[in-house]
Design a protein around this ligand. Structure first.
Ligand code: EPZ
Length: 422
């Protein structure tokens, strides 16, 4: 297993290219199952999760090829030979459950493993199940698999979500494009990745209105044709790299960054004394003064503060002048980075879903353990400013969601290298 070694103390300067969004690509790739014509995705990120989704789709019979050193993916599902998403793949990546809606819409049946828990929570699928049942699916849980089928195909219906689940919204949105009649999703998730998914589906002939609001209306059509779609910029990678110069010092321009992708995050940066300047090519970020100010953060569904930036924000607040309270309201166990940051000298008090961070002038480098994707990168961010060396182990978590992090940060002056494991 590889590790990443960071030597703290180097201010940053230069540009970081922000890649296409992992969480958009992972819902765009299963869209291939809805059509027998090719779907081409450009600006796709080069990540291990993308390889996992490719493997899953190939196991169903989709042909997947990539070009332009992985940034363009062509998917073709003219003939499927399976509707079984196996536990061995699904347990590695929860987003595999996004084949459920498309398989039901295309084939009328699917056997999809429940993902099982992961580091940040139990990750149930009750909202997906209730929603698809409202559209006429019969879904039974047996030996860890969801056995789903429809008699006569999915039917449009009113589908209220008890919680604005991103994945459930995506599964229903994809399924509804080929259902008979009209589907209305109430309390739909509003994340930019949902809007990007709708944009791709409409380019394929789907009839969708209201994406990006809490109410999405879909008129089912008989078939979808092929399309070429550019994956939206990754707002979580963007927010992550915006914090790098705030923590390490200096100024970085995040190419491809757009304010509307990170509005609530930037409001918190403004409050902590960070300047964010819109340029022709992205967002230029630097800290005013020598320490960020403490701010309180509550994670919410979009457009609120994103849970996927909570760990990174905590890393920044460890250095802030004052005490910050972070409330994690989306996942039940998303503070695993806190004990690792405390090994570096951070002062953090965790009680249930609330973490109180008392800022300190500096942290001390230490060997630390990555536990989940966003926790891993928060440890690297902290290491950029910690005294001495920080060795982040188990970076396979990191490679799921960040392409070549040591190259991107190294190119703007960070002292960072990957140490190949056995
Ligand atoms: C997506 O996960 C993202 N993953 C997550 O990013 C992100 O943290 C999450 O949305 C919230 O924004 C992808 O897009 C691939 P949810 P998803 O359904 O769809 C509960 C990352 O780091 N819930 O909105 O699984 C669930 O347990 C990852 O890139 C149910 O109870 O998120 C959680 O507490 C991590 N029942 C909350 O809702 C359900 O049926 C949010 O889940 C579904 C969800």
């Amino acid at each position: 297993m590889d590790s990443i070694l960071v030597k703290g103390g180097s201010a940053l300067s230069g540009e970081i290219e922000i890649a296409g969004a992992k969480n958009a690509a992972l819902t765009l790739m299963p869209v291939t199952l809805l059509s027998d014509e090719p779907l081409t995705l450009t600006n796709s990120p080069r990540l291990s999760d993308i390889k996992t989704m490719s493997a899953l789709l190939k196991s169903l019979g989709t042909e997947v090829s990539s070009m332009q050193d992985g940034k363009t993916i062509v998917l073709s599902s003219h003939g499927l030979n399976s509707t079984h998403a196996d536990y061995e793949i699904v347990r590695k990546m929860r987003a595999s459950n996004l084949v459920l809606g498309p398989l039901l819409a295309r084939e009328g049946h699917a056997t999809v493993s429940l993902p099982g828990g992961c580091a940040i929570g139990a990750r149930p699928m009750d909202i997906h199940i209730t929603a698809l049942e409202a559209m006429g699916a019969e879904i039974e849980l047996k030996d860890g698999y969801l056995h789903a089928k429809t008699n006569g195909g999915l039917k449009g219906n009113l589908v209220p979500l008890r919680f604005a689940s991103v994945g459930a919204t995506e599964n229903v949105l994809m399924a509804a494009t080929l259902a008979k009649g009209t589907t209305v999703i109430e309390n739909a998730a509003r994340e930019p990745e949902i809007v990007d998914l709708a944009r791709c589906l409409k380019a394929m002939g789907a009839q969708i209105e209201g994406e990006g609001t809490s109410r999405i209306e879909i008129q089912g059509v008989d078939r979808l044709h092929g399309a070429t779609h550019r994956v939206v910029t990754d707002r979580i990678e963007l927010g992550t790299y915006m914090l790098a110069p705030v923590i390490a010092g200096g100024e970085v321009e995040c190419l491809g960054g757009k304010l509307e992708l990170v509005q609530s995050f930037v409001e918190k940066l403004d409050a902590s004394g960070v300047s964010v300047e819109e340029t022709a090519r992205g967002l230029k970020v630097k800290l005013n003064g020598d320490r960020p100010k403490a701010v309180d953060v509550v994670t919410e569904v979009f457009p609120g503060f994103p849970t996927d930036l909570q760990a990174q924000m905590m890393a920044m607040l460890c250095f802030a002048d004052g005490t910050s309270v972070l409330e994690e309201k989306i996942f039940e166990n998303r503070f695993m980075h806190a004990p690792e940051l405390m090994r570096m000298g951070a002062k953090i008090d965790v009680h249930g879903g609330t973490a109180t961070v008392t800022g300190v002038e500096t942290l001390k480098g230490a060997p630390v353990m990555a536990t989940d994707l966003r926790a891993s990168v928060s440890l690297i961010l902290a290491g950029l400013a910690a005294e001495g060396e920080t060795l982040v182990n188990r970076v396979y978590h990191l490679d799921r969601g960040y392409e070549r992090v040591e190259e991107k940060l190294g190119a703007v002056g960070a002292k960072i290298e990957r140490i190949k494991g056995e």
